[in-house]
Write a protein that binds this ligand. Structure first.
Ligand code: HEC
Length: 114
């Protein structure tokens, strides 16, 4: 009996971890998003606000319309991918390390509303 309890406990715990990681995937990696906030403050804040229309569109709107791949492609090459997102103009190209690019894209996507 004690063995069975242990097994059940273990299974419950595994499901808990599994559920937690699903949640984390959907919301994005918290550490990466935190790094993304720093990149945002350094390089994007002059033109974008997470929730409100600024010079550029709000991240909440971008997150609603785009995948993380589209967001990363646009930041990396705004001129090249502007047309595919329906823009005639584009923002300036911002040089970012691959890590910072991923981080700031996760940050943008973290404003997706449920
Ligand atoms: C100089 C101002 C400026 C800066 C700095 C800037 N943006 Fe933009 N961004 C814009 C504008 C303006 C647009 C809308 C495109 C247009 O009107 O040509 C845009 C569009 C975007 C889009 C695409 C919007 C869509 O419809 O999907 C993303 C994603 C984006 N910006 C992310 C960022 C991130 C992340 C940073 C910081 C690393 C950043 N931007 C920095 C001005 C800026």
């Amino acid at each position: 009996m004690r063995g069975l309890k242990w097994v059940l406990g273990f299974l419950t715990f595994s499901f808990f971890l599994w559920g937690g990681s699903l949640w984390a995937n959907e919301k994005g990696d918290p550490d990466l998003i935190r790094r993304g906030l720093e990149v945002f403050e350094e390089k994007c804040m002059g033109c974008h606000h997470p929730q409100y229309e600024a010079f550029g569109p709000p991240f909440s709107e971008i997150a609603r319309k785009r995948t993380i791949q589209e967001v990363m492609a646009y930041i990396q090459d705004p001129v090249g991918s502007a047309a595919s997102l329906g823009y005639k103009s584009s923002m300036t190209r911002i040089g970012l390390s691959p890590e910072d690019l991923r981080a700031v894209a996760s940050f943008v996507l973290s404003f997706r509303e449920k």
